[in-house]
Design a protein around this ligand. Structure first.
Ligand code: FDA
Length: 317
């Protein structure tokens, strides 16, 4: 119920306007978003790299309907990639195709994305296409295949275990040798498209994880769910898979304790670091995943205010 309401609000323009202008809103977002500028994103990546964690930087933005905005977003990605390369960071980038013009026109999307991919290729940087709602799944995978057929290999996709179609997509991507990030999925979907309950979503996550870790190309297992992580570690031990063959991925500000624990056990761990001014829908999806984050964030803001004596800090989330 709360999840549905928060996901609905993530796409609501009025709620977005009110929330982003509310006093203290930026401070609240800071728990899950590295800041608003390229410098902020790079600084967060540098700090995480220093602790041995890999990074994927995401310049926030989605559902763009104006060409100028999509071109500006691509320009920002190009600057970002150049900074990553100049600083030799262990960092790749993630992007949403609706930020690049997927809702505008296919030729325009191609042109915009290829500018980024060409720069990324020349700097040997990998680009991940995030997966948005199921309205975009087929188009995103088709576009990915189109680029793959043109010879781009510095690209990867995301598959969501809540989608009924994902098992076939996983087999197809494994067949191509494409790099996949597996996650559960963060959007509101109909029951005929997505599994409605957590047990089925989790069961499918484990099934797809086994396909990917077993025969995929350096998959990213993206979850904070300890049961999914335990299942992955058990499969890795059972199949004697070398830890260098895959990575775990987690979101910036979420389960930092677990991020460090897995890294200290010798597993590759990549942190997804979003930055930029368009943080509202991203933040609302994080709230929907764990409504307790609402209280966590209010707590964090109070803790840094004169009312700090009212709250105790909790760094586990
Ligand atoms: P689940 O939601 O079952 O949560 C398990 C436990 O993890 C919770 O009990 C809590 O302890 C902790 N937890 C989970 N989310 C939390 C949060 N926001 N704050 C605090 N604790 C939390 N989705 C998508 O549709 N397209 C995409 O491209 C991506 N990309 C992506 C990249 C990376 C690196 C990650 C980690 C996730 C995504 N996602 C995504 C989001 C993903 O689909 C999913 O919504 C969240 O990861 C939450 O699912 P979990 O697997 O963590 O499990």
């Amino acid at each position: 119920m709360i999840r549905d309401a928060l996901i609905y609000l993530s796409g609501n323009t009025l709620a977005r306007r009110v929330a982003t202008h509310a006093p203290g809103a930026r401070a609240m977002a800071r728990r899950f978003v590295a800041g608003e500028t390229v410098d902020d994103g790079i600084a967060a990546a540098r700090a995480l790299n220093k602790r041995g964690l890999k990074v994927s930087l995401d310049y926030l933005g989605e559902s763009v309907s104006r060409r100028e905005e999509a071109v500006a977003a691509a320009d920002t990605y190009i600057r970002l990639i150049e900074r990553i390369a100049a600083e030799k960071l262990d960092t790749n980038v993630s992007m949403k195709l609706t930020q690049m013009g997927q809702d505008i026109d296919h030729a325009f999307l191609r042109e915009n994305v290829k500018r980024i991919l060409d720069t990324a290729h020349s700097r040997e940087i990998f680009v991940r296409f995030d997966m948005e709602s199921s309205k975009y799944t087929q188009r995103t995978l088709d576009f990915f295949r189109e680029l793959w057929a043109e010879g781009y290999r510095n690209i990867g996709v995301v598959l969501q275990s809540y989608l009924r179609r994902s098992e076939q997509d996983t087999l197809d991507m494994n067949g191509m040798g494409a790099r996949v990030r597996l996650c559960k999925g963060a959007y509101q979907e109909r029951d005929d498209v997505a599994f409605p309950g957590k047990p089925e979503v989790d069961g499918n996550f484990i099934r797809l994880m086994r396909l990917l870790v077993g025969s995929g190309n350096y998959p990213g297992i993206a979850t904070h769910d300890e049961a999914m992580i335990r299942a992955t570690l058990a499969f890795v031990r059972e199949t004697k898979t070398d830890p260098s063959r895959f990575e775990f991925q987690m979101l910036y500000g979420v389960r930092r304790d677990l991020q460090h624990e897995l890294h200290s056990q010798g597993y590759n761990l990549r942190v997804y670091v979003p930055y930029g001014e368009a943080w509202y829908p991203y933040l609302m999806r994080r709230m929907a995943e764990r409504p307790a984050n609402l209280f966590f964030i209010v707590n964090a803001v109070l803790a840094e205010s004169p009312l700090a004596f009212l709250v105790r800090r909790n760094d586990k989330a």
